[in-house]
Design a protein around this ligand. Structure first.
Ligand SMILES: [Zn+2]
Length: 403
């Protein structure tokens, strides 16, 4: 999600074709626009509805009306939450499949985009709560003032996500869980625990699965400007989206969005990265060197501060949402741990007598795996075909937890 260009070269939103707008843009942006011309000049989705907050286009009358209602709700709500919100009123185009005039930079998983230089938000058709979350996110990009636009790009993304989660609470836990997985993946770290009510092969009642890999330097969330950000590879961008949300949650904890806005106004460019990192209670870029090594390696304290911030957000609601959204993933983790710790049990006994619960480390909250029929079915399916030894070959390990 995302794709707003550097605000300093931003033209006013305009209904004219980008051929004309292009003249007022910087050479780099001009090159992008040149890539984009043909599709961007096309007529767009068939049905047009006018709203007080901009034009809506969608493939059908029904979808256009539904989108217009969503626009009427979310545009003012974003404005009410975002200090200094601009009244940019971008058009909103709903497409069955996202077809950006800027597709060169669209990666897998992109569900929407705000293209500043055509004054337009693009949305992909999705269930209502997901579309609403994406629209709210893109509206934050579209309405951000020059003060918030000084945030490094990953933090702009985090701010968009943070406000979108507030405005669409029914999708917030799942959205956050996915972002936190992206953040963990970015750090090259994954840890999950399964607790059970019968003793395992060592007489314990829980085990932790840890996976470590080369990650990115998380402090880079404080570094990249918008243009540089979009040139990063997809994996790094994905990690920075997740870490951006983690950092923004800390940045707005005292004083909310207005507090962050005031902080930015009072902070000079030269010291911005360092002061943002200090305010978030995590380390700025460079501290962890080129790439981050996992836990268990000496000298990784900076990573610990990030993990602490991350797990503060990974609560019971997020875990439960993850089990609903990704039953195969959750079941696979449970089955790997279950097979390793109960080599003589079958899946059914592990589920009914072991009553396994999934938890993220460090906060003690957990969700029952045995109570969700879809996850249970996935555990039964994974159990006989999973070879824990094979699963543990690539940098992961399972350790018994103290009771
Ligand atoms: Zn975005």
């Amino acid at each position: 999600m995302g794709g707003s260009l550097d605000r300093r070269s931003r033209p006013r939103p305009s209904p004219e074709c980008p051929v004309l707008l292009a003249r007022r843009l910087s050479p780099l942006v001009l090159a992008w626009v040149a890539l984009a011309l043909a599709p961007a000049c096309s007529m767009g989705p068939a049905v047009v509805v006018s709203t007080p907050h901009g034009l809506v286009r969608a493939p059908t009358e029904t979808s256009a009306q539904a989108l217009a209602e969503m626009v009427s709700e979310l545009y003012p709500e974003v404005g009410a939450r975002l200090p200094g919100a601009e009244d940019s009123r971008p058009d909103v185009w709903l497409q069955e499949q996202l077809d950006l005039p800027w597709y060169t930079f669209a990666g897998d998983g992109l569900t929407g985009a705000h293209l500043d230089f055509v004054g337009r938000v693009y949305l992909e058709q999705a269930p209502r709560r997901e579309m609403a979350t994406t629209l709210a996110h893109e509206y934050v990009h579209a309405r951000m003032d020059e003060v918030f636009a000084r945030l490094p790009h990953a933090l702009q993304e985090g701010l968009c996500d943070h406000i979108a989660e507030e405005l669409v609470p029914e999708f917030a836990a799942e959205h956050r869980a996915r972002r936190l997985l992206q953040a963990l993946n970015g750090l090259g770290r994954f840890e999950v625990e399964v607790h059970y009510s019968i003793p395992d092969v060592q007489g314990r009642h829980g085990a932790r699965l840890s996976f470590e890999a080369q990650g990115i330097d998380p402090g880079r969330v404080f570094e990249h400007g918008t243009v540089a950000f979009w040139f990063l590879d997809l994996e790094e961008k994905s990690g920075l989206y997740g870490l951006g949300l983690v950092a923004v949650d800390r940045l707005v904890r005292d004083g909310g969005y207005a507090g962050l806005h005031a902080f930015l106004e009072a902070t000079a460019d030269g010291e911005l990265a360092e002061r943002l990192a200090a305010r978030a209670g995590v380390e700025p870029a460079g501290v962890t060197g080129d790439g981050v090594t996992g836990a268990g390696v000496e000298g990784t304290e900076p990573l610990a501060a990030w993990l602490e911030a991350l797990f503060e957000l990974f609560g019971e609601e997020e875990l439960a949402a993850l089990a609903v959204a990704e039953p195969a993933l959750v079941a696979g983790l449970a089955a790997v741990i279950g097979r390793a710790r109960f080599p003589d049990l079958d899946a059914e006994t592990f589920l009914t007598e072991g009553r396994p619960r999934l938890s993220m480390p460090h906060h003690g909250r957990s969700v029952p795996i045995y109570a969700d029929p879809v996850v249970c079915e996935a555990v039964r399916a994974a159990w006989p075909v999973l070879d824990p030894a094979h699963a543990l070959e690539r940098g992961s390990r399972i350790e018994a937890l103290d009771d």
